[in-house]
Structures are given as C-alpha cells and as structure tokens.
Design a protein around this ligand. Structure first.
Ligand code: NAD
Length: 832
C-alpha cells in the first residue's frame, strides 16, 4: 500500500476551473460590442471595430471600437471642461471618489480577475492574487494622497488634462497606476488601453459611472497606435504618461519635443537576477520562477537575465531545471496553472524568433517536457545557458517566458555584467551577506533593487527606470509628484520685468557681423553671437570708446577636467556690451569640446560617492571665494549686461546665497523608508545622482542663472557640462578661477562656451550624458527634447514663462533637487 507521502509526490493535479459565467453574462449584456466612455457617458462613435480575443482559446470575446480623431478630441474637451472644478474640489472630496472606486473594485474583485484572465491570457491565480488586489490597493493609497496632498504640497498644483497610454501586460493594474495618482493630484484623464486588452478598462468605466464620478474626469478611448498618436499630438494635453515599448516611447519623445507637454515613460527592461554562492538557494529558485515566469515573462521588470556565481552555477541550474519540470502551462482559468497564454500571435512569433536567434548565436536552449493546449498562444518555460553577455537574447527584451543565464566570479564582475545593458528598470540580488547585498544594490543602475526577493510592488513605493527604461516613477510620493507642477509655473504668464530674454537677445544679435555657422562643427543653431578667428579682430564696428574695464585681447578659455583649454574649433566668439562694444572673447565650443567635457565629467564620477557633508563643504568654499571677489564679478556683470552696479551686486550676492542654500541641502535632501503593505520589509527610497548632466544656462542673469543650476546638480553628486549664458559667457568663465581655488575636483564642473542651442543639441545627442537641463532660447527646447530620444535621457526644459531667478520658489528649491536626482527603491526583507 502506498504511504501518504508517496501519494502526495505522485499525485497529478486535477482541473480546477474558475467559472466564467458572470463575465459572459456581462459581455452579453453589452451585446458583445463596446463603445467608448467620454464625458461620463457611453458613446457609439464610428463603425470601425476590432475583436477582443481570448489568447488562451482564440475566441472572440467582443467587438471594440477603434476611436477616431474626433473621439479623442471630444474626450480631451470633456476632460478639459471637467478640470477646473475637479482640480478645485477639496482634497477630501476627491479622496471620497477614489475611495469609492477602490471599494467598488474590491467588491467585484473576482469578476475583474476572471475578465482580465480571459482578455489577457494570464493565470487566474495571478489576476486574483496580484493584479486586482494591487489595483485596489493603488486606489486606496491614492485616496489617501488626495486627502492630504493640498496640505502637504501647497506650492504644487495639478498639471491639467493628462493623456495616459497603457500596455497589455497588466491592463487593469496599469490603469490604476495611471488613473489613481492623476485624479488624486487633481488632474483629469483621457486613457487608452492597449488594443489587445480593453475590457477591464471598459468595466472600470462602469465603476466610474456607478460611483458618480463627475463627467469628464475619466475618459476612456479604445483603439490602436493611431489613437495613441491622436492623444500624444493633442495640444490640450498637458502631460503624457506612457507605459510600453522603448520603441514607441522614443517615438512619443520625438513627437512631443518642443510642445511643452510633460512626459513620463515606463519602458522595457532586461533586469538582472544575481545569485551569490551564499544565497538561500531554495528561495532563490522560487525567486527565479517568480522573476521570469510570472505573467508568462511579459513583465517589464522580469528577471530575464540570470547571473549565477560560478562556484554554484551548475548545481543551481540543475535545481532550476527540476523546478521547471513542475511548472504547469495551460488554461489560465484553471487555478492550478502556473503559466498561461502569451498575449497574441504576434508576440508568440516574436518570442519564437528571438529564441531561434539565441540558438543560432550559439546558446543552448532547454525546455522541460511540457504539453501545450492545441489552441491558443502558448510558449513553454525556456532556459538558455552558454549565453554570451553580448548575445541578442542577453540584450533584447524578449517579453516572454524565456530566461537567459550566465555566470560570474566576483561581485565586481556581477555588477559589471548586471549593468551591461541599455536598460535600468530593476534588479534582484540574492545573498545572505547584507553588506554585499547593499553594496551591489548601490552599484546597480536600476530604479528598483530587490534583495532576496523579486517582483515586490506597492502603491507606497515608486517604480520606474534608469537609462533607456524611461523616466519618472509610479507609486508613492515619487509617482504623485509626476502629476504635480510648481503652482507658480501655472500662474505665471509674463516675463518678469528686467529679465527679458528677448530684449537681451536683440541687444546681442544686433551685431552686423553675425555669422552663426562659420567654422563650427556643431551645425545649426540660433547663433546669436559673432565669431572671429581666435584672438583676431575682424574689423567689427566697435565704436570709438575703449571698452572699460576689460581689455579686448583677453580670450577666456573653456574649462574641462579642471584645466583651462582652448576650443577645438580654433574660433572665438566676441562678447559685446549692450552698446555693441567688444569687451572680450570666449571660445566657440563644438562637438569635440563637449565630448572631451563629457569624458572629464565621467572620470569625476567619484564625486557622487563623496559624502554629502564633503560636497556641502566644497559648496561653502565656492561661496566664500566668490564673496571675496564680489567687486570684480559685479563689475563684470555690469559691463556685460549694463544692469547697473547695484543690480550686479545683487546678482552676485544672490549667487552666494544660492551656494549656501545648496550647501545646506546637500545632506538634507533625504529619501524615505516607505510603509508598504508587505510587512517585514524596509523599502529604502534613495535619491541618487543622475550622473552627468548637461546644462544650458539662461541668457539673463549670467552668474545667478549658472549658479542656480550648477549648485543643486553638484550638491546632489552629479557632474556637469555647462554651457553658460551665450551673450554674457564671460561672467561664468571667470568662475573657473573660483572653482579652482575651492577644492572642486577637476571634471565635476566643465564649462564649454558657445551657441546654446547647438551645444544643447550635442549634449542631448550624447549617449553618455544622462540628463539635459535646457534654459536657453525657446527655439532650442524642441531641439533638445527631440535629440534626447537617442538614449531616452531625462530632460528638464524650461517652459515656465518669466521665471524669477531671485524668487526662492522659482530660482531654487526642491524642484531643482528633484530634477538632480533619481530615486532607487531598495526592498530589504527582514526576519528569519
Ligand atoms: P507598444 O509600445 O506598441 O504598445 C503600448 C501602448 O502604446 C498600446 O496602448 C499601444 O496601442 C500604444 N501605441 C502603439 N503605438 C503608438 C504610437 N505610435 N503612439 C502612441 N501610442 C502607441 O507595445 P506592444 O506592441 O504592445 O509590444 C511590443 C513590445 O513592447 C513587447 O514585445 C515588449 O517587449 C514591449 N512591451 C513593454 C511593456 C512594458 O511594460 N514595459 C509593455 C508592453 C510591451
């Protein structure tokens, strides 16, 4: 007779299907046809429809509307007219609605879980235990934010109508991630679900009706990429939040360049899963299963690259294969299924193609014996070994149940391999040594690092990418902040008196000898400035008065890697006073100078590892040395801008104050320890430097503008390549003498003078620049945003009209620190 243990080990799973009657009845009640949800009501716009297909059975569940441009226009109009009253509603009122939505969703949890599983092909076990409860949690958490956001952030305001475009891998959850913070902050939304998975968004629209959400606050339009494009292009959309492929993200970056729309992108990933030899291997194996086979591997942060320490690699992979043999692939509505269907035939084809490519590039494929259903889009769990880190399957996001593995010897090698990707969404680190775990976590370039766990998410914790995984965060205060803007920016309309960039441009470009392109490698640009052979007077009409107090023959050099250098172009730009008289020259920087400066900035990366206290000391020292040269700088500014001596002194004094401010902030801009719904986790939200920031300074206030941007960037540990005020560059070039005497390590601040737009473009195009801040002439905004799409770097482009650089809320403060940092969330479990 068999003993119980034997029975338990040999027993097969019986089928345990979840009923789908309620979902079918709901589909029937809609005649299996859906319109779109605009202005609080259902509309049946055109006749163009497309099928919602169940990927597990290929059954057509319903017909969905392909929205037209007029429908998107209507939706945006509805959202725009709902915005004033929704944004003005007291926080507690908005909180009630979000709370009601959470309750309604919670009460219909099983219905949504089944619907999601049928529409997407993911196992009911996951929709029931993860997607829906997490969406509910998101709504509750943000009901809380709605309640307190006004008191907590009185200086911030909602941005307006938000366009939200989401993918098919977590349809309802991505909707909640987008809608909840947007509404909590007081925005109204137009959301488009992915064409493969519209049904839960449409069911959510019914909840909006049910709770009496004011018409127009949430609008849902369905359809494919073209509908997405209509949203992206709509002029009344103030912000776009997109989750999906890096390819489309890049397209959106380019399409919105120069439009002034705020943008957050949550894109792909190729996240490392690192197992050290002292890890708890059983837990790590379960971690791998969760990391790559959760949701069929269709997860942007999937642990798709397994890095195992060489000494345990063979043993670990053997155990993993055994575990893979027990994974069950099949009907997603069966509660005992681990892996469901991939989203559609196109995605299945993509997975097949990449797997074939992996084999043709020499990697070994292993799949457990695994019966697959006859119909539907299924793919078995797959493991690749003998993978070269440079192979296509090690670099490209497969977005399917395919794991690639390779080994490493030392922690340093693990970090190097982990970071050998253009992405930076997440990482998972497995070791029992907390010192090693935290050291590796700090060195990995990714927005989320899980220690001894993986795929942990919570509404209180920001989630989002470094590098080509996008920018912006979703979740917690980090995510909420993306739906808020400084209140003054929304109110300001006219440039502040005495600080008109236009006036100054006119003065500057009045020179008849202007020839913006001559000899410059940097290509097109606004070219406001004159150029001559270095040091030679080409006979421009300088007037008869000798320019005072600066001698003409002085050509300020650039400042790269802590050294004064001549421009590569061999050309100089004349700097003239408001009367057009030559008062000096600066180098005309080009692509090569920027390249050298970026290289120097990278070499100085240890600045980011210096203690915040040390960085504060250096900033104080700069302030002290600037103060000692107050008269000289004031005289220089007065000569350059003609602002008058007392105004010039005010500017220097403000610059000194600003350095003090950021010295103060250096060790006080803290992160958070988030309170998540998971117990026994410390989740550390750590603001990290972004890396190398390219900064194009405003024309006006040449010293204060420069210091206001450079000081927060370096206070937070970044290194910078700065293009100072184009017409008044001499005010900044003199600063290198101050930097030299203030213990600023070479390469932390690099100064390249020249055409702000052209050099801004070069910075934005440069793959080793991590972010660009552009405060130059308005025509350069589009140039910089478009060029940044190359490596999807973050940009901060000043669309605020008439920023008052003297005003603390506008010229300094948390917004600057926010832009100078990116949050890494490190999840640390504790307890035995
Ligand atoms: P996608 O980026 O094309 O689609 C995502 C969303 O963007 C959908 O709603 C889609 O309709 C919309 N869209 C498509 N083209 C658009 C355009 N030009 N303008 C505006 N919106 C547009 O992703 P996909 O085609 O569904 O999947 C392709 C690959 O993207 C996958 O294989 C996977 O690698 C990746 N992906 C990543 C994520 C993620 O969460 N990071 C999600 C889905 C897919």
């Amino acid at each position: 007779m068999k003993v119980v243990r034997e029975i338990m080990e040999t027993m097969e799973y019986g089928p345990s299907p979840e009923g789908d009657q309620k979902v079918r009845a709901w589909l029937d009640s809609h005649g299996r046809k859906f319109g779109v949800f605009i202005d609080g009501e259902w509309r049946e716009p055109g006749d163009t429809r497309f099928p919602a297909v169940n990927p597990a059975t290929e059954e057509v569940l319903a017909e969905i509307t392909e929205s037209r441009k007029v429908d998107v226009d209507d939706a945006v109009r509805a959202a725009a007219s709902a915005f004033p009253s929704w944004s003005a509603a007291p926080g507690p009122v908005r909180a009630r609605y979000l709370y009601a939505l959470a309750r309604q969703l919670q009460k219909r949890a099983r219905f949504f879980a089944v619907l999601e599983s049928m529409d997407n092909g993911k196992p009911i076990r996951e929709t029931r235990d993860f997607d829906v409860p997490m969406a509910v949690r998101w709504l509750y958490h943000h009901a809380g934010w709605a309640q307190i956001v006004g008191d907590e952030y009185p200086d911030l305001a909602p941005v307006g109508v938000v366009g939200q475009i989401i993918p098919w891998n977590f349809p309802l959850l991505m909707l909640a991630w987008k809608v909840a913070p947007a509404l909590a902050a007081g925005n109204t939304v137009v959301l488009k679900p992915a064409e493969q998975t519209s049904l839960t968004a449409l069911a959510f629209a019914e909840l909006c009706q049910k709770v009496g959400l004011p018409a127009g606050v949430v609008n849902i339009v369905t359809g494919g990429g073209q509908v997405g494009e209509h949203i992206v292009d709509h002029p009344e959309i103030a912000k776009l939040a997109f989750t999906g492929s890096t390819e489309v993200g890049r397209l959106i970056r380019k399409r919105t360049a120069g439009s002034g729309k705020r943008l957050t992108l949550e894109l792909g990933g190729k996240s490392p899963f690192i197992v050290f030899d002292d890890a708890d291997l059983d837990s790590a194996i379960e971690g791998v299963v969760n990391g790559i086979w959760f949701n069929q591997g269709e997860v942007c942060c999937a642990g798709s690259r397994l890095l195992v320490q060489e000494s345990i690699a063979e043993r670990f992979l053997e155990r993993l294969r055994l575990r893979m043999e027990r994974l069950r692939v099949g009907d997603p509505l069966d509660k005992g299924i681990d892996i469901g269907a991939v989203i559609d035939g196109t995605q299945l084809e993509r997975v097949n193609r990449l797997v074939e490519q992996g084999e043709s590039e020499g990697a070994s494929r292993w799949q457990p014996p695994c019966p697959l259903p006859d119909r539907g889009f299924y793919y078995p769990p797959t493991l690749f070994t003998d993978v070269s880190p440079a192979a296509t399957i090690a670099q490209e996001e497969i977005f399917g149940p395919v794991l690639v593995s390779y080994s490493f010897r030392t922690p340093a090698e693990a970090v190097q391999l982990a970071n050998n990707t253009r992405y930076g969404l997440a990482a998972s680190v497995w070791t029992e040594n907390i010192n090693l775990a935290l050291d590796v976590a700090a060195k990995i370039k990714a927005g989320t690092v899980w220690i001894n766990n993986t795929n942990a998410f919570d509404a209180a914790v920001g989630f989002g990418g470094y590098r080509e995984s996008g920018f912006g965060r979703e979740g917690g205060i980090e995510g909420l902040r993306e739906y808020l803007a400084p209140a003054w920016e929304k109110g300001a309309s006219a440039p502040a008196a005495g600080a008109s960039p236009l006036q100054e441009t006119e003065n500057f470009s009045a020179d008849p000898n202007e020839s913006p392109e001559a000899g410059s490698e940097t290509g097109s640009g606004s070219g406001s400035g004159t150029e001559t052979d270095s040091g030679l007077d080409t006979g421009s009409d300088l007037g008869s008065e000798p320019p005072f107090p600066l001698p003409i023959d002085r050509t300020a050099k650039m400042y790269i890697g802590g050294k004064q250098v001549r421009p590569d172009s061999g050309y100089a730009r004349e700097i003239v006073d408001p009367a057009g008289r030559l008062i000096g020259e600066v180098g005309d920087g080009n692509r090569k100078d920027i390249r050298n400066a970026v290289e120097a900035a990278h070499k100085a990366a240890s600045w980011g590892e210096a203690s915040a206290h040390h960085r504060a000391q250096v900033l104080y020292y700069i302030a002290e040395n600037l103060s000692a040269r107050m008269d000289e700088f004031a005289a220089r500014i007065d000569t350059l801008t003609g602002c008058g001596r007392s105004e010039a002194e005010r500017e220097v004094e403000a610059a000194i104050q600003r350095l003090f401010t950021y010295a103060a902030w250096a060790d006080k801009y803290d992160g958070h320890v988030h309170r998540t719904a998971l117990t026994r986790h410390a989740t550390l939200a750590m603001p990290e430097p972004i890396g190398v920031i390219g900064i194009v300074c405003p024309h006006q206030l040449p010293l204060l503008g420069f210091v206001s941007l450079v000081a927060p960037a370096i206070a937070m540990g970044n290194t910078v390549v700065v293009v100072p005020s184009e017409p008044h560059a001499l005010a900044a070039t003199d600063l290198y003498q101050v930097l030299d005497t203030s213990d600023v390590p070479g390469g932390v601040v690099n100064i390249v003078t020249g055409d702000g737009i052209a050099l801004g473009r070069v910075l934005a195009e440069h793959d080793d620049v991590d972010s660009v801040w552009y405060f130059g002439e308005p025509e350069g905004r589009a140039v910089v945003e478009e060029a940044s799409a190359g490596n999807m770097k973050r940009t901060w482009v000043d669309y605020a009209a008439g920023r008052d650089w003297y005003a603390p809320g506008q010229g300094e403060g948390r917004t600057f620190l926010w832009e100078a940092t990116q949050i890494k969330n490190i999840w640390i479990p504790y307890g035995e």
